[in-house]
Write a new protein. Structure first.
Length: 99
C-alpha cells in the first residue's frame, strides 16, 4: 500500500489546483501530466482500456513489480481522472474453467 500512497502523494504534490482534495475524491489533471506521474512515480504501465461511452475512455494501469493498479478515465478534451487505486492485481487466464 505504501507505493499507492506515494503515487497519490506525488500526484497531489504535482497538481496544485487539487492540493486540498481528499484521497477518497476523484483526482483530475491534464492526461499527459497524469500519465507521466503514473509512469514516472511507480513505473506503472497501461494494461488495458475500453470505452465507457462516446466521450470517456477507461484505462487500467498496473505496476508490474507490486501489483498495484490504478483506474483512469480520460476525456477527449485532454483531461484524465483517477477513479480508483488498489493492490494485488491479478491477470486472469482466458482459458475456460471445467464445468
Amino acid at each position: 500500500m505504501s507505493r499507492m500512497t506515494f503515487l497519490a502523494t506525488a500526484l497531489l504534490a504535482g497538481i496544485p489546483q487539487i492540493g486540498t482534495a481528499q484521497l477518497s475524491e476523484v483526482i483530475c489533471d491534464d492526461k499527459a501530466r497524469l500519465e507521466k506521474q503514473l509512469f514516472g512515480a511507480s513505473g506503472a504501465v497501461r494494461q488495458g482500456r475500453g470505452m465507457r461511452g462516446p466521450d470517456a475512455l477507461i484505462e487500467v494501469w498496473i505496476e508490474p513489480g507490486s501489483g498495484d493498479w490504478t483506474l483512469v478515465q480520460s476525456y477527449p478534451g485532454g483531461t484524465a481522472c483517477l477513479l480508483a487505486m488498489g493492490e494485488h492485481w491479478e491477470t486472469i487466464s482466458q482459458e475456460l474453467e471445467p464445468s
